[in-house]
Design a binder for this molecule. Structure first.
Ligand code: PLP
Length: 456
């Protein structure tokens, strides 16, 4: 085995890490953490430090680390058939079984599932399908996509454009044209503090209506949104938000893409966020929880009404021009089958609902009264603590101070990993769905102590 100092040197010299301060990292000024193993909700680094991973990697290791059932399914698939493609009607037992399992869990009006590798590529697929659909329907001008500021939909060209975070746009020449943004469903950051939730929902609706009117409904193809906003701040929508938004979309014949990369397969304590909030999407984007990240795999689920148009299109024009070499990769599919079985056998959707509610309530009790905690919010196994400079005036910290980063660093020194979300001083939690109440208590205690140690 390589020595730690050797690995550390190679890491600094050779590895281009995503979402990292490249200069500081290469110069050895930013920390590095080399992870060796994981078990349940815990990971361990090369120095033997153990951490409770309260962000499940990047909210993806839903069943927890070290599950032998998935490791064995992957090994067996690799021995039997590591790869075959899925083009022109090819499949494997794993990919076909997984397609059936996904569709058995999907909302009844959905029809078929396409497999990719990442949340970003699944959203690229979805945008392509939306454009193709409108071309097939003879309305080539209906192509624009509306997403929300602070939404996160990936970091490719189109998906990075749909992502509504400055960091992903600035100096990358994004967003691309055709991609528009509207108000996020972020009640805490409402423009007027006197607004009620109902007022704020009406405000979001009016903003969306105004955007559609400005652009012309005949130019707008789809709206994409996360049922609960994730990377933009872990923000459950205000009551009634999705009903109002959906009725606007339906009135203007605008498709709905539910980006369930985070919420899919149990994170909210229900199988899908669409079911949780009564969404009727035309496309659903899935990744993370599909395999609990034991292997890369994503999915785009297509509704019956879209499928009928796509299938008729191939009768007219021939096979659809879309696919990746690794679509429905057998190893990813085998991981997915074993993972979804485990989610059922361990009752993890139920656990996310029960322990998640306990966790969010405990975090509220521990921190809601702190003078620098503006809000504690959550849904299922998602929780956020939003820090403020002045609570009464709802004044936020200067981003340069990186207050949430300091709290999260202090938490890591005490054995718990949380995530400083990229825009705003927001501490994010998305633990594995197998979190126990004792583990939840540990996360809450470490968070409370770190907030006090950092902010008084
Ligand atoms: N959509 C949502 C809601 C996400 O949270 C993410 C990633 O965090 C993505 C899409 C992109 O997924 P990936 O990073 O696998 O490309």
């Amino acid at each position: 085995m390589l020595r730690n100092d050797q690995l550390e040197q190679w890491d600094r010299e050779s590895f281009f890490h995503p979402s990292t301060h490249l200069g500081q990292f290469a110069r050895g000024e930013a920390p590095q953490r080399i992870i060796r193993t994981g078990q349940g909700c815990f990971i361990e680094d090369r120095d033997g430090n153990r951490f409770l991973d309260a962000f499940a990697g990047l909210y993806c290791v839903n069943v927890g680390y070290g599950r032998p059932e998935i490791a064995e399914a992957i090994a067996e698939q690799a021995r039997e058939l590591a790869y075959y493609h899925a083009y022109v009607g090819h499949g494997t037992e794993a990919s076909i079984t997984l397609a059936k399992m996904v569709m058995d869990r999907a909302p009844a009006h959905m029809s078929k599932v396409y497999f990719g590798l990442s949340g970003s590529d699944a959203n690229e697929t979805n945008v392509k399908l939306v454009w193709h659909y409108n071309n097939l329907l003879g309305r080539p001008e209906k192509k624009k996509i509306i997403s929300r500021w602070r939404g996160y939909h990936g970091s490719g060209l189109v998906t990075g454009s749909m992502t509504g975070l400055k960091l992903f746009h600035d100096r990358f020449d994004l967003p691309l044209e055709r991609i528009l943004h509207t108000e996020p469903a972020y009640f805490y950051r409402r423009p007027d503090p006197d607004m009620t939730e109902a007022d704020f929902v009406s405000f979001c609706a009016a903003e969306l209506e105004a955007l559609i009117a400005r652009e012309g409904a005949e130019t707008i193809a789809a709206f994409i949104g996360e049922p609960v906003m994730g990377t933009g701040g872990l923000v459950p929508p205000p009551a009634g938000y999705w009903d109002v938004i959906q009725s606007i979309l339906e009135r203007h014949d605008i498709l709905l893409i539910a980006d369930e990369v985070v919420t899919g397969f149990g994170r909210l304590g229900s199988m899908f966020g669409s079911e949780h909030y009564g969404l009727r999407p035309d496309l659903i984007t899935l990744a993370k929880g599909l395999t609990s990240a034991y292997a890369p795999l994503s999915a785009s689920i297509v509704s019956g009404r879209m499928w009928d148009v796509l299938a008729r299109g191939t009768d007219e024009y021939g096979p659809i021009g879309h696919g990746w070499t690794y679509s429905a990769h057998p190893i990813g599919a085998a991981a997915g089958v074993a993972n979804l079985r485990l989610v059922d056998e361990l009752g993890l959707v139920q656990n996310a609902a029960e322990v998640g509610a306990y966790f969010v309530a405990a975090m509220r009790t521990a921190l809601a009264d702190h003078p620098h905690v503006g809000e504690v919010r959550g849904e299922g196994m998602l929780c956020a603590v939003e820090l403020v400079a002045d609570k009464a005036a709802r004044r936020f910290h200067d981003p340069a101070g990186k207050v949430a980063g300091a709290v999260v660093a202090e938490m890591a020194r005490n054995g718990v990993i949380a995530r400083a979300m990229p825009q705003g001083d927001i501490i994010g939690f998305a633990p594995p769905l197998c979190l126990t109440r004792d583990e939840a208590d540990q996360v809450v205690a470490v968070t409370r102590n770190a907030v006090r140690a950092t902010l008084g």
